[in-house]
Design a protein around this ligand. Sequence first.
Ligand code: UD1
Length: 375
Amino acid sequence: MRIVSVVGTRPQLIKAAALQPALRRHHREVFVDTGQHYDDAMAGNFFEELGLTRPDHSLGIGGGGHGDQTGRLLIALEPLLGDANADAVLVYGDTNSTLAGALAAAKLGIPVAHVEAGLRSFDRRMPEELNRVVADHVSRWLFAPTPAAVSNLAAEGITSGVLEVGDLMLDLATRVIEEVRNPAVLATIGLGLGVAVSPGRFLYATVHRAENRDPNAMARWSALLGAVAEPGRPVVLALHPGTRAALDAAGIALPEGVLIVEPQGYRTSLALQLHAAAVLTDSGGIQRESAWLGVPCLVLRTTTEWPETVGGSGSSAVLVGLDREAALRELAARAPLARTAEQAAYRASHLYLVGPGAAERIASALTGAGEAFEK
Ligand code: UD1
């Protein structure tokens, strides 16, 4: 098939890196980068690091409000997709680039394939929730990562074209994990960050969600990060440029013990998670990665699209929202200060990842037959 894949943000570049080799074994790909993320640290560096091919089309559409950004994406994508003679348009995840790619294709009558279909936070105040609901409802092929995602789709009446394929990002993590398993990698990483990091002696944090860029929310999570930092166990906060700008605009400075660094590449982020005492994040991707790595993860949200990571006893992640006391309590239980170096060493040496083969399943399920699979 001739497949136009549309990416635009950091997590989509990571997912495209996981899928592209299999996709190109089975199909002809036209690779479109919307440019929703445009800084080197958020986008450019990932091409080289992950071996992604250069895009056939770079649209350079980043920044702006939601309606403005989505509108510009639609205007740019419609003629491109109209001329592409495509059998399918493939979109990933839940960003404005996903929404625009899916909508533009559906309106042109081109079948849409949605990777990471069926995820729901059940919170329609989140821009991502609106994007994923719309993308799912206009898609012909819905590649669901989890059984819960398949059930969510069924609950909305979508059963045709749904295939549970597992998590594409676990395929990629499995591919590179041996490069970061040895804690010695932290020495080089620390030099790059300008911050000394040793196994189990730091907390790794990221914050980028729209709801966490509100001044009140920023005051709360920055106080939370300050409270969990300990002498000899700082918080290393890899800060999204949008969050940094919001902090600056609100005049909020991070407390002592919270060290701000640039957004990190894929391997460095994986290494920082694996060797941290614990992770604090509002990212869905990091929440899943920390579950595979077995590192305690405090989710700075009150909902999740990945209920299996916060499920039963022994699960590695817990939703703490912006509740400082809950964060302190969970951290003390899951990563007690006296034990975190030992926990991190054990984790790194015993880790064993197995990718589900999601990339191959997606690529081989896409056929010219249209409704390729029925439940
Ligand atoms: C987007 C997605 C979100 C996803 C996240 C992954 C939407 C609605 N949100 O959020 O689902 O989890 O990507 O990171 O699509 N900016 C820069 N440099 C960049 C990229 C962004 O400075 O390289 C600035 C933008 O100018 C903007 C802000 O960051 O002011 C937010 O960027 P935007 O692309 O709108 O959404 P994200 O917050 O990155």
